[in-house]
Design a protein around this ligand. Structure first.
Ligand SMILES: Nc1ncnc2c1ncn2[C@@H]1O[C@H](COP(=O)(O)OP(=O)(O)OP(=O)(O)O)[C@@H](O)[C@H]1O
Ligand SMILES: [Mg+2]
Length: 256
């Protein structure tokens, strides 16, 4: 099974204080790992290391035991603000990697349609990007990442720019897409409820230097996938308790 590892990584930007200190994190292909923590604690830096955009100052990033030396097709990244190509159709955006790889148009289109279906945009392949809403564009970004059939999906606050209703719908979509593809996922969010709802494991980071202070296995997303309603899950005593517990960890509040 695919395995992404951050092995005792430290990171220091040139001339600055250590941003990450001796941090270790393992992600397996069937996990949905969500990272939360205060602003500036190093979440994006962690994701950039996993993506291979940055190299650690010490320690190693490994995929299946092999050191990561840069970005690669095995790790797809989704950013908060979609970076879609406005001059291409929705389908051609989704199939962009296939286009670069020289795959024939008909085959690209079939692939794009498959992933547009997964993100709930079936039938919109011919639309120009400018005719899509913000939430739809974010889904195109997700479809494009999934279409590359990565082993890992890395997302930095992918739902941060969406309104509350769209955001909740997108959470379900992320869960379903993960359930269908079982791509190992690392997602960063500011939303504690979002973290609990999506994750198989929540990681809490603390700042200066960025480090992991809490690891929490949860099963709320699996309850959702098994058919329980979002409302019932989020109102359940176990969810509310986990939320308070996480907030305590993030803000170092004293337990009452
Ligand atoms: N390219 C850079 N050069 C120098 N310092 C940086 C750089 N990128 C980030 N930092 C610093 O590293 C620290 C961690 O930043 P990072 O962006 O990883 O935090 P974050 O947890 O993602 O924050 P947020 O929740 O606000 O997105 C911050 O103090 C930030 O100022
Ligand atoms: Mg960030």
């Amino acid at each position: 099974m695919a395995h992404l590892q951050l092995d005792s990584v430290s990171l220091r930007y040139e001339g600055g204080a250590p941003v990450l200190g001796n941090l270790s994190l393992d992600i397996r292909a069937d996990e949905f790992v969500v990272v939360v923590g205060r602003s500036g604690c190093g979440k994006t830096s962690l994701l950039n290391l996993a993506a291979g955009f940055l190299a650690p100052s010490s320690g190693q990033v490994l995929v299946d035991g092999r050191p990561v030396t840069g970005p690669g097709a095995d790790r797809a990244v989704v950013f908060q603000n979609d970076a879609l190509f406005p001059w291409l159709s929705t389908a051609e955006n989704v199939a962009f990697a296939a286009r670069l790889a020289g795959i024939a148009p008909a085959e690209r289109r079939a692939q794009a349609d498959r992933y547009l279906d997964i993100v709930g945009l079936a039938g919109l392949g011919d639309r120009p990007i400018w005719q899509l809403s913000g939430g739809q564009r974010q889904r195109v970004g997700l479809a494009r990442a999934l279409a590359a059939e990565p082993r890992f999906l890395l997302m930095d606050e992918p739902l941060g720019a969406l309104d509350a209703m769209t955001r909740e719908a997108m959470q379900d979509l992320l869960l379903e897409a993960w359930n269908r593809t079982r791509t190992g996922t690392l997602l960063i969010t500011h939303g504690v409820e979002e973290a609990l709802y999506l994750a198989t494991r929540v990681i809490v980071m603390a700042p200066q230097p960025g480090r992991i202070v809490r690891r929490l296995e949860v099963d709320f997303g699996r309850r959702r996938l098994a058919g329980e309603s979002a409302r019932s899950i989020k109102a359940s005593p176990s969810f509310v308790a986990a939320r308070e517990d996480l907030l305590d960890s993030i803000f170092e509040r004293e337990a009452a």
